[in-house]
Ligand binder design. Sequence first.
Ligand code: GLN
Length: 245
Amino acid sequence: MKLQITHLYPDLLNLYGDRGNIQCMVMRCRWRGIEAEVTECRMGDSVDFLHSDIILLGGGSDREQQIVCTRLQRIRKDFREYVEDGGTVLAVCGGYQLLGHYYDTPDGRMKGLELVDLYTVQESPRLIGNIVLKNETLPYEIVGFENHGGRTYIGNNAAFGEVVSGYGNNGKDGCEGVQYKNVFGTYLHGPLLPKNPHVCDLLLTSALERKYGKAELSPLDDALEREANRYILKRVLEKNKTRGA
Ligand code: GLN
């Protein structure tokens, strides 16, 4: 078995080391004897949607998003076909915002890919801090860090998770991220997958199922990752309690 991972515009969209998510996917494949190959597509490179199994779109500043957004319009049609065909996508923060209809900032409107029915409007203050989510289909909480000025509204789509602590999509409706077919959009930055191996396996499973039919991932020894996840969870929840007291 082999998975082809495509990293879109790592030179522009790689805030807080979103690239670590790729390394996590590759290692969790290799430890199970699944081959994983990574292609980095920079501005100007063509994107091979036909042979991609997972696409990562990372986070970026408004300036970098603006540059990427023009480029994305050119691959929009092929990207949409990939998504509608069940292709797996992980889009983080700036990349997540660009999945939708638009991202409005005081400097104007950035047109999105319109792959998912959502939109984003920038407001002050920035929403920054540790965040904890609950996703009913996953065995334990998702922990992470968010830092965004954009407020995202996902309409009737499913959220990536319910906010247990933190701000999420807009700080109001208790939703974080989005899930549409095999597209996962989230504001959780940086080492999302190393901190949450269960989310990594969710992505790998969706990609393997699309490619090979049924896919059962062999279990890995996640004791350390699990302990780190629990530690962050405890720390965030305790801090909340102290604040509330
Ligand atoms: N520029 C976007 C915002 O501030 C996304 C930032 C990011 O990717 N962290 O909302």
